[in-house]
Design a protein around this ligand. Structure first.
Ligand code: RTP
Ligand code: MG
Length: 137
C-alpha cells in the first residue's frame, strides 16, 4: 500500500554533512521525496512533534538537541514506506543498529543523555499524517 512518512534529518546529520547520503539511500530504495526543506525547528514544533515523550528523562535533552542546529524535513512516499524507512534507519541506538542501516553505518552516539541518531521516521499512518502537518502546513 502506498503511504507517506515524515523523515527528519536531525542536527547531527546535517552538521556532519550526511544530508545527501541519507537522501541517496531513501531514493535508492525507490521512495519518492515529495517535500523537502531545511529548517531551524521551533520549540512549538518540537513540543508538538515529541508530545508522546513528554515527561520521559530524555525529553528535554532531546528537544535541546533538536534545537541545536538546522534540520532537514522530508515527506517520503512509497509502498509500505513507514515500516520501510524505519528499517532503513535501523535501531534507535546507533551502537546496536545493524550494519547496512543509516544509524548502523553512520551513527555516532556522542550524546550522554540522548541518542543522537541522525534521523527520525514516523511510526504509524496516524503519526505520519500528524507529523507532516507540523513540518509542512
Ligand atoms: P525516532 O522517533 O527519532 O524515529 O526514533 P525512535 O522511534 O527509534 O525512538 P523514540 O523512542 O521515538 O525516541 C525518540 C528519540 O529520542 C531519542 N532518545 N534518546 N535513552 C535515550 O538516550 C533516548 N531514548 C530516545 C532518540 O533521538 C530517539 O530517536
Ligand atoms: Mg519514535
Amino acid at each position: 500500500m502506498t503511504e507517506r512518512t515524515l523523515v527528519l534529518i536531525k542536527p547531527d546529520g546535517v552538521e556532519r554533512g550526511l544530508t545527501g547520503e541519507i537522501l541517496r539511500r531513501i531514493e535508492a530504495k525507490g521512495y519518492i521525496i515529495t517535500e523537502l526543506a531545511k529548517r531551524q525547528a521551533s520549540p512549538d514544533q518540537l513540543a508538538a512533534h515529541y508530545a508522546e515523550h513528554e515527561g520521559k528523562p530524555f525529553y528535554q535533552p532531546l528537544v535541546d538537541f533538536m534545537l541545536s542546529g538546522p534540520i532537514v524535513a522530508a515527506v517520503v512516499e512509497g509502498d509500505e514506506v513507514i515500516k520501510g524507512f524505519r528499517s532503513l534507519a535501523g535501531a534507535t541506538d546507533p551502537s546496536t543498529a545493524a550494519p547496512g542501516t543509516i544509524r548502523g553505518d553512520l551513527g555516532r552516539d556522542w550524546g550522554e543523555k540522548v541518542q543522537k541518531n541522525l534521523v527520525h521516521g514516523s511510526d504509524s499512518v496516524d503519526s505520519a499524517e500528524r507529523e507532516i502537518g507540523i513540518w509542512f502546513s
